[in-house]
Design a protein around this ligand. Structure first.
Ligand SMILES: [Zn+2]
Length: 312
């Protein structure tokens, strides 16, 4: 019977389950599904029940589960901003007790970055820097399949490098961070301001606007949207130029929700980066390929590594 590994991407609104044949070498799932994210006190019981239904009858050697937040050395969730009910729980141990196979927690952003580097747009390349443009902006440097988390588990916060000390206030309490230029939450807010000034949208329509709406408007030639996007891509170009000077990666992969809009975001960013570069070595800068499943693939890779590791 084929052995499998399971990747669980425990997201804020939906949770993805992905089953792959053990010895993962390519992004070819055996099965995958999404369930509404289990919430509250009974969340892990509910998650385990979803997993049992999903893997029914298949041999699973191990699993990993992504957690957006801080997990201590014992596998206990210290804080998670979008999964607050997990605080204080040894999530892997609880799931293992119910499911009967090993389950370990893994950092969500690093899992997704590793998957892109190993199975996605970085596949076949040893040295890849992955930038995720989502609600916030994160990154990870992946070398030969390994993400270095930093001495304090805090590496990769490219979104919180300030470019303007008099700029907009960031969630990190600094001003003018890269994230205030190109983070999805900031872009949505700025697009809302433009649409509000035009005076043609209802309060409900305004509240529903997202960064993707801004991208669509820029693509359609709206001058206000184009101005915001120009500012955003210039900031991303400056941020990437600083990263190239510091890290000198062999390849850069740009993912996250805004990474799905290469014509509006990635191509102008690369053009601006080339215009600004002097001594920098500019490697290929390419869009991510795993899309929203990158986190689940990263968890599957972690599960695979644990399942195939020699016993101590
Ligand atoms: Zn910041």
């Amino acid at each position: 019977m084929t052995d499998h590994v399971l990747g669980i991407d425990y997201g804020g609104s939906s949770t993805k389950l992905l089953l792959a044949a053990a010895g993962v070498r390519e992004a070819a799932p055996v099965a995958q599904t999404r369930v509404p994210t289990p919430r509250g006190a009974g969340a892990l019981e509910e998650l385990a029940a979803h997993v049992e239904t999903f893997v029914a009858g298949r041999s699973v050697r191990g699993a990993a589960v992504t957690v957006a937040g801080i997990v201590d050395d014992r596998g206990v969730v210290v804080t998670s901003s979008n999964l607050p009910w997990l605080a204080g729980l040894a999530i892997g141990d609880v799931l293992r007790a119910r499911l009967g196979f090993p389950v370990v927690p893994v950092h969500d952003g690093r899992a997704a970055a590793r998957a892109e580097a190993v199975l996605g747009a970085g596949r076949g390349h040893e040295d890849t820097y992955v930038v995720a443009l989502g609600t916030g902006v994160g990154s990870a440097h992946v070398v030969r399949g390994v993400v270095e988390p930093g001495a304090h588990n805090a590496a990769g916060e490219i979104g919180h490098i300030s470019q303007d000390e008099h700029g907009r206030l960031c969630s990190c309490r600094q001003r003018g961070c890269l994230e205030t230029f190109i983070g999805g939450a900031h872009l949505a807010r700025r697009w809302r301001e433009v649409v509000t000034a035009e005076g043609c949208a209802s309060p409900d329509e305004l509240a529903a606007l997202t960064a993707q709406d801004l991208v669509a408007a820029a693509r359609a030639g709206h001058p206000g949207a184009a101005a915001i996007v120009d500012e955003a891509t210039a900031a991303l170009a400056r941020g990437l130029l600083g990263m190239l000077a510091t890290v000198d990666p062999g390849r850069v992969v740009v993912g996250g929700g805004l990474g799905q809009a290469p014509d509006v975001i990635l191509e102008p960013t690369v053009a601006q980066l080339r215009a600004r570069a002097t001594f920098h070595q500019i490697p290929p800068i390419v869009p991510a390929t795993l899309g929203p499943w990158a986190g689940a693939w990263g968890a599957a890779l972690t599960a695979d590594e644990l399942a195939t590791a020699p016993l101590p």
